[in-house]
Design a protein around this ligand. Sequence first.
Ligand SMILES: NC(=O)c1ccc[n+]([C@@H]2O[C@H](COP(=O)([O-])OP(=O)(O)OC[C@H]3O[C@@H](n4cnc5c(N)ncnc54)[C@H](O)[C@@H]3O)[C@@H](O)[C@H]2O)c1
Ligand SMILES: O=C(O)[C@H](O)CO
Length: 396
Amino acid sequence: MAKPISIEVWNPSGKYRVVSTKSMPGTRWIRLLTDNDCRLEICTEAKTILSVDDILALIGDRCDAVIGQLTEDWGEVLFSALKRAGGTAFSNMAVGYNNVDVEAANRNGIAVGNTPGVLTETTAELAASLTLAAARRIVEADQFMRAGLYEGWLPHLFVGNLLKGQTVGVIGAGRIGSAYARMMIEGFKMNLIYYDLYQATRLEKFVTAYGQFLKANGEQPVTWKRAATMEDVLREADVISLHPVLDKTTYHLINPERLAIMKKEAVLVNASRGPVIDEVALVEHLKANPMFRVGLDVFEDEPYMKPGLADMKNAVVVPHIASASKWTREGMATLAALNVLGKIKGYPVWGNPNQVEPFLNESATPPPACPSIVNAKQLGPAIFKALGANDVATAY
Ligand SMILES: NC(=O)c1ccc[n+]([C@@H]2O[C@H](COP(=O)([O-])OP(=O)(O)OC[C@H]3O[C@@H](n4cnc5c(N)ncnc54)[C@H](O)[C@@H]3O)[C@@H](O)[C@H]2O)c1
Ligand SMILES: O=C(O)[C@H](O)CO
């Protein structure tokens, strides 16, 4: 028999049973569910990462929907259990959903939600912070001060890289990659080279307009280039930030061969997913190239780092905190709750998952729609009964 799992219950008499595998920031998401006839059960187990068995125990034999986390393995076992329990919806509290087997969700008719948009700027800001910390050796210098080693100003002390006028390379110029690029271009007047499967038209227009503004003010204009290959970005850029989704095409996208073509003094930042970098190869590269620096928010085998990484002075490492601002985390919780609530209520899917602000306005009732369902098309109208409300979602 499955081990009992500790939970906290809200609105015990609610008609729909919704489970959240973790406590999430804020209270609005709780209110939105309980005000809409949901009995909410929040897992209070002390362990950080729940196993599939833990989640099976949480789903039990009747469950309408689950809000889960990116650390959990959502595949056939969990989706079929959720279906057997009468469930129709799952939402990750994350924009990335590489922990979710969407095909398995489709087979079981479960809608899969994610939380785009609300974390774009927050995540880009952390990538920018890692860039600065690595380029200007902030962590090394901080440790030096705290160790009582500072004996006075010296011409060679913690010399790092100037960003102004250098080239920033972005791989994956989607929501976060584009926001990061804009920060580095506007903030530090860097030139842009990017690689993406699609053209980042809005970003290109922004750089062109900003370049014209600088020129009109007697300054060197910034420039942009869409690279034909990822290698072009790696060869040319002084700073490279990785922002693609994690899938088969981006697994170990940074490998020994690609590390070898990067500039010896380049800064590499990763706030996407750990397996985008071959971390063992990265450690070797950091050892061989002390002036090459990295800023990492994510790791190949989280929560672990590959052997040797923690000893590298030329690496700045933080524990997957890129979306960790209060507003963003509360917003992520709200979007995840509204994804599952929308499915329970038979609402349509919101027309533009990049513009989720209407769901985040604390003083207004959210639109009658699911903010972002990644498999809405696959599930089709039979499951996502729009009930004419599609117009509501797009016209809102
Ligand atoms: N560290 C964190 O806390 C954190 C926070 C938010 C998001 N993320 C990660 O960042 C990712 C991006 O988020 P987003 O909202 O910007 O998503 P997005 O879908 O807007 O952008 C991803 C971009 O990657 C591009 N891409 C896909 N395959 C590619 C390839 N092979 N080569 C180059 N580009 C490719 C896509 O075309 C797209 O433009 C998420 O999937 C998630 O994994 C991490
Ligand atoms: O994908 C995501 O949303 C992040 O990794 C956590 O914010």
